[in-house]
Each structure stands twice: as C-alpha cells, then as structure tokens.
Design a protein around this ligand. Structure first.
Ligand code: G4P
Length: 290
C-alpha cells in the first residue's frame, strides 16, 4: 500500500510560509524524535534555503534515548543545530530560546554594536501535522493559544506569539508534501499520527509497525503483549492474528490493528525510534579534520 496525503489547505499554507519567511531571523523546525528524518518535510529545504534553522526533536520522552543522542550527533556532524525536548514537560523548553540566541549570536552582537539594548528575534515554527508544534508553542508562551489536538491538520492559521520581550514566534499550519519518495515514509507518518487515519487501512500500517518493532524492539514488543518466544516463529501476518486473539478481539484484526497503532503512538512499548541513521557512503561521507 502506498500512502499519499497533500490536501489543498497544505498547498496554500506552503505559499504562506514562503511569503512570511522574510520576516523572520530563524526557522524552528519541529520533528518527531521517533522519526527525525521521516518527519522532516523535504519541500521546506527549498523554501527555507539559507535561513538559519534549529531542528527540534520533540516527543523525546517517547523515543529511544540512545538513538536520540545518536541523531543529535548526526545532525551536529551535518552542521544542523538540533536539540531534543519533551514539550509536555517544561524543563527543556527554555533551551529553544537559548539555542536560538547562540545560533544568531553574530547578528545579536552586530545589532548591539549599533546601540540596540534589546535585540528582538523572530522565528517561524514549522512542522508536519502532529509533531507537537502547538504543544511546544503553548508551553513557550505559557498560554493555550496554539490549537492542539490529535487530528492532523488541526493547527490552521498563522499567528505571532510572544515568548518574551525579545523573542516572537510565528506559528504555521502542519504541512506535508505532495509525494513520499520512499513509501516507508508514508507508513511511518501514518503509524505515528501525522496522516489522517481515514486515508489508510489500519491493518497495513499495523503490519508495517509490527515488522519494525520485531526488527528493532522485539524484547519490548514481547513484554508489552506478553508474547512467548515461539510466537515469533510466525510471520508478521500470523503474529498479528495471534495478537488479535490474545487481546480478545477474536478474528477482528482491524480492531487490534487500531489498538496496536494507538499503543505505539502513546509510547506503550517504551522508548522507540523508527528511523535509522544513514550510514555514510563514499559520496555522502562527512569530511573530518584528520
Ligand atoms: P501539532 O500542533 O504539531 O499538530 O501537534 P499537537 O501539539 O497538537 O500535539 C499532538 C499530540 O502530541 C497531542 O496529543 C500532544 O499532547 C502530544 N504531544 C506533543 N508534544 C509531546 C511530547 O513532547 N511528548 C508526548 N508524549 N506527547 C506530546 P493528543 O493525544 O493528540 O492530545 P492530548 O489529549 O494529549 O492533548
């Protein structure tokens, strides 16, 4: 199954982002720490171009901590400033403004040299649906301004939010892109809630998720669903049926599929990261000093 979802309001929002970009000093790109690459919108690279950028790996509480550290290291090696946060807990949020100030230090020093006491910084917050953009912004401004909800596409309008006297953020709607080059990207986005549930079949997406969990987090899968080692001798479809029965859904594997997707979204398998760090090939290898 191939999933694609690019409704009209997203195409319109993309143009608005392009228009407003000249008003900001930096872009805050919010991604899901469990799929840091799959939740990045490649279309935005062209639009943002050389504008300074801070990648914010949100929902770090739901991700595999070791993998998050490895991803941060990966981005650092690729000269992309990145931090990991959990927007539901306030403690790491001041890190955003602090890092923005570090990235824009040259601009700040230049403006201060001109006699400006308070250097106002403006950021644009972008991200695909459901990465937690509204939650991050609500926490940053300490009010319930940005709309949150579990339905992709809920953040509708662009609005300026005042974080402090010297830092404002422009909220933008969650935007996907017209075609997922890698079909796995669409599946991962569906699995973690960035694509409207009515666009895909739950059993296809659950099977895809089951396969990923088996490959990467079999012990956590086994523990969460009280599976026996012998259950893993079955193929994915067989295992899905076993799980359907074990969980009291008789033969209704659609219903179990929805439960499994929800369990994954809510972090019931513990911290999991579904994107794998690309291994450098000779062409893409990052140069080192030695
Ligand atoms: P969006 O604007 O990018 O579309 O996302 P939004 O803030 O609406 O967040 C989507 C869901 O993700 C919400 O859950 C929100 O609570 C949750 N969320 C956001 N940031 C984090 C995080 O850092 N960690 C965890 N664990 N969850 C996060 P929901 O179930 O849709 O709604 P709610 O009932 O929790 O409000």
């Amino acid at each position: 199954m191939t999933i694609q979802w690019f409704p009209g309001h997203m195409a319109k929002a993309r143009n608005q982002v392009q228009e407003k970009l000249k008003l900001v000093d930096i872009v805050l790109e919010i991604v899901d720490a469990r799929i840091p690459e799959s939740s990045r919108n490649p279309m935005m690279d062209e639009i943002i171009a050389d504008k300074p950028r801070l990648l914010v790996l949100n929902k770090a509480d739901l991700a595999d901590k070791k993998q998050t550290a490895a991803w941060l290291d990966y981005y650092q090696k690729h000269d992309l400033p990145a931090i990991a946060i959990d927007a539901q807990h306030k403690s790491r949020l001041p890190q955003i403004e602090k890092t923005v100030r570090q990235i824009l230090a040259t601009k700040i020093t230049r403006q201060q040299a001109k006699g400006l006491k308070i250097v106002k910084l403006r950021a644009m917050c972008i991200g695909i649906p459901n990465v937690g953009k509204s939650t991050v912004l609500n926490r940053l401004v300490q009010k319930n301004i940005a709309k949150t909800g579990n339905k992709p596409g809920v953040t509708k309008n662009q609005q300026w939010l005042k974080v402090s006297d010297s830092f404002e953020v422009l909220d933008t709607p969650g935007i996907l892109w017209p075609k997922f080059e890698d079909p796995d990207t669409g599946m991962k986005l569906a699995l973690l809630g960035s694509i409207k549930d009515s666009i895909f079949h739950a059993d296809d997406v659950a099977l895809f998720g089951l396969d990923l969990l088996r490959q990467r987090y079999q012990a956590q899968l086994q523990q969460t669903y009280h599976l026996q080692a012998a259950d893993f001798e079955r193929d994915n479809a067989g295992l899905l049926l076993t799980l359907t029965k074990k969980n009291g859904f008789k033969d209704d594997y659609d219903q179990f599929s929805e439960k499994m997707i929800n369990d994954l979204r809510k972090g019931r398998f513990g911290g999991v990261t579904l994107d794998v760090i690309p291994t450098p090939t000779s062409e893409t290898e990052v140069p080192t000093d030695d």
